[in-house]
Design a protein around this ligand. Structure first.
Ligand code: UDX
Ligand code: UDX
Length: 446
């Protein structure tokens, strides 16, 4: 449906330009192409660009490679280097570039502003530009003000992303809700049409409220995690069982069981940076967001407390001990190492003199430059061989499914310290293990 004619070009919402092929941009582009839209995906990183052109996703995301190959073959997706080429005839442009944290914890908006300027310059008349990157409240409104003076600058719409890594395609196909924010109603409705799904209630609001829905959602989930981790500490002091407590609390529909899994705390590209960025924004407005400060402190403490458990379990010192760390990625289902708990835990153990060896089904390549000198082996059985302790950091299904009898034959000591409560302590105790976890009683060998 041609919307308007500039002197030379027509643009249509069936043609979409996505700028930035990261976890969000790539998944979004592939999902829209799968829906039958004509999508141009712009990526400036040469290595990623070449991989994508070869039909290989530069990130590990279940199911993504297959759909990527398919939409490249049908021509619904084209990967380009230049924004100009990407914007050609596009009715809707989506900015999904990174907003990494600055040293002070603020969101670095340089990439968003650059991509926005390029898209604005190349936009056909009648186009709409969507910001999908996570930007502090007020950013879209501030960027819109500057544009009001140039008469045919495309309207800006904020449409925050709620994809979870490891199930991003699933979340794109079946979102729980769709949030769209902006002061141009018809532009918001066009964006709502683009992402509309039966499963999702659409919430159209102003851009600043939409930005705060994103930060608020991530921060509230992070708070839930820090709350259950603090409760887990109390369970250890009182002899209660955090899994049973979480089940009981989570059975209340006003609370819900989701995101009440005690463990090593939250990591990843979003929660740590978004909680800090929101706390920063509040401080900028003269507000102390106490709950966020607490969530951040509890999260950092959780990793240190866990290493303390390993030290205690090994009699007060890990110096010269061989410790097998199972799991590097910040969670199962992804190779993303951003703010992964494994980095802190391995560094703390190594600083205490431990001889650490680690493994992960998919994240070792990304982890290696972040953990120089740390031994990494692909085979989990080789990883645990000779270990004085086996430490679980990421709850991959592969680790749950290990033959723990076989593990028991190759370790130096049958000791498991589980940072994700993902194993059955009773089963391990029956196999002669000492099993220690988070917020639950330790299990001694039968
Ligand atoms: C992004 C945002 O960073 C984050 O704020 C939001 O919460 C989710 O979406 P992610 O997809 O994980 O996160 O970003 P990242 O993995 O950093 O990918 C950004 C991609 O954009 C990279 O491939 C980068 O090379 C590319 N990029 C960056 C461009 O193509 N053009 C640019 O101008 C800048
Ligand atoms: C998150 C949000 O869920 C998603 O909506 C948003 O778009 C991006 O940020 P993601 O970072 O992929 O997604 O991971 P998520 O599954 O939310 O887990 C975040 C962290 O919390 C992980 O480190 C995970 O291990 C931890 N977590 C999660 C817990 O410790 N306990 C829980 O109960 C749930």
């Amino acid at each position: 449906m041609p919307l308007s004619l500039t002197s030379s070009r027509a643009c249509s919402d069936d043609t979409v330009c996505v700028i930035g092929a990261g976890y969000v941009g790539l998944t979004t582009a592939v999902g829209l192409a799968e829906d039958g839209r004509h999508v141009r995906l712009v990526e400036i990183d040469e290595v990623r660009l070449q991989m994508l052109r070869d039909g290989r996703a530069p990130i590990h995301e279940p199911g993504l490679d297959e759909v990527l190959a398919r939409v490249l073959r049908t021509g619904h997706l084209r990967v380009v280097r230049d924004v100009d080429e990407g914007m050609d005839a596009a009715g809707i442009a989506i900015v999904a570039v990174g907003t990494p944290p600055t040293v002070d914890g603020e969101a670095d908006l340089r990439y968003v502003e650059t991509a926005l300027a390029q898209a604005t310059k190349a936009a056909a008349e009648g186009a709409v530009i969507v910001i999908k990157s996570t930007v502090p409240p007020g950013t879209t409104a501030r960027l819109s003000v500057g544009r009001r003076h140039s008469h045919n600058a495309p309207p800006l719409v904020m449409c925050p992303e709620f994809l979870r890594e490891g199930c991003a395609l699933e979340d794109l196909r079946h979102p729980a809700r769709l949030v769209v924010g902006g002061d141009d109603r018809s532009a918001c409705e066009r964006v709502a049409d683009l992402f509309a799904r039966e499963s999702a209630r659409t919430h159209i609001t102003d851009s600043t409220s939409a930005e705060l829905v994103k930060y608020g959602s991530n921060s509230f989930l992070a708070l839930k995690i820090s709350f259950i981790n603090e409760l887990a500490q109390l369970c250890e002091a009182t002899g209660a069982d955090i899994e049973s407590v979480a089940d009981g609390i989570g059975a209340d529909p006003r609370i819900g069981r989701a995101f009440l899994n005690a463990g090593l705390g939250y990591g990843g590209s979003c929660f740590p940076k978004d909680v800090r960025a929101l706390e920063n924004v509040a401080a900028y407005h003269g507000q102390s967001f106490w709950m966020l400060k607490a969530a951040i402190d509890v999260n950092a403490q959780q990793r240190r407390r866990f290493v303390g458990k390993v030290v205690t379990a090994l009699g007060g010192s890990v110096d010269g001990r061989r410790i097998a760390v199972l799991g590097l990625a910040f969670k199962p289902g992804t190779d993303d190492m951003r703010q992964a708990a494994s980095i802190d835990i391995i560094r703390y153990l190594a600083d205490l003199g431990a001889d650490v060896v680690t493994t992960d089904p998919v994240a070792m390549e990304r982890a290696a430059p972040m953990l120089p000198g740390v031994a990494m082996v692909a085979d989990p059985y080789a990883c645990v061989t000779g270990a004085d302790a086996v430490v679980i950091v990421t709850e991959w299904a592969e680790f749950r499914a290990l033959d723990w009898e076989r593990v028991g034959r190759v370790v130096s000591r049958r000791l498991v310290v589980d940072g994700r409560n993902c194993l059955d302590g009773g089963d391990l105790a029956r196999l002669g293990y000492t099993y220690i976890s988070v917020g639950r009683r330790a299990q001694a060998p039968d």
